[in-house]
Design a protein around this ligand. Sequence first.
Ligand SMILES: CC(C)(COP(=O)(O)OP(=O)(O)OC[C@H]1O[C@@H](n2cnc3c(N)ncnc32)[C@H](O)[C@@H]1OP(=O)(O)O)[C@@H](O)C(=O)NCCC(=O)NCCS
Length: 180
Amino acid sequence: MQISFKPARLQDAPALAKLDKDSFGAEAWPLDSFQSALQNPRQEAELAVADGKTLGYVLMNYQREAPGTACVDSLAVSPDARGQKLGEQLLLRGLETAAHKGFQEVQLEVEKGNLPAEKLYEKYGFVPTAVLSGYYHGKDGTQMKLKDLQGAGSSLLAQRRQELAEKLGGIPGHTFTTQG
Ligand SMILES: CC(C)(COP(=O)(O)OP(=O)(O)OC[C@H]1O[C@@H](n2cnc3c(N)ncnc32)[C@H](O)[C@@H]1OP(=O)(O)O)[C@@H](O)C(=O)NCCC(=O)NCCS
């Protein structure tokens, strides 16, 4: 399967909404949330695509928190494409873009007990910074941060990119394109 990565555009909103529905069920974002995110110049999504099918996305937000803090608004991989390092590659690309833009840290929220996501974020240096009581339809969440993105965080990204490349036999470089 040949995977490619590309910035999402407005016409990709239905594919993102479907992926979200498949991943988060009743808690998924509706189509209009993706449509507005994809028209917001301070939010950027990147897609993993194979054979014309969208298999995953990462949605970054560059204005939700204080200046200097970027956010991972959402990340999802199609259930039948998981476990193939797509989530990791998407996260890596989002974090590299945030680093490239000069952000100092990255914040995200994850539902407590979402082990695949928690492990992925820990692998990329995120640490828990707050408990979010009842944040997910009454279920608790965890706020996590990746700090020092221009220092130790950046070195960790480079190390993870190297490990991924070795495991996958090479991964596409980041082009730092933005949606238009
Ligand atoms: C979280 C998610 C994006 C991971 O995507 P994926 O492509 O399946 O994950 P990858 O194959 O890239 O795995 C990368 C790392 O994630 C972690 N991970 C992924 N699946 C895991 C699992 N089932 N159990 C434990 N850790 C897991 C591991 O750290 C793994 O690295 P390793 O293989 O070196 O141990 C995917 O499970 C998903 O879409 N889940 C539903 C949506 C969601 O919860 N999104 C996050 C919202 S905060």
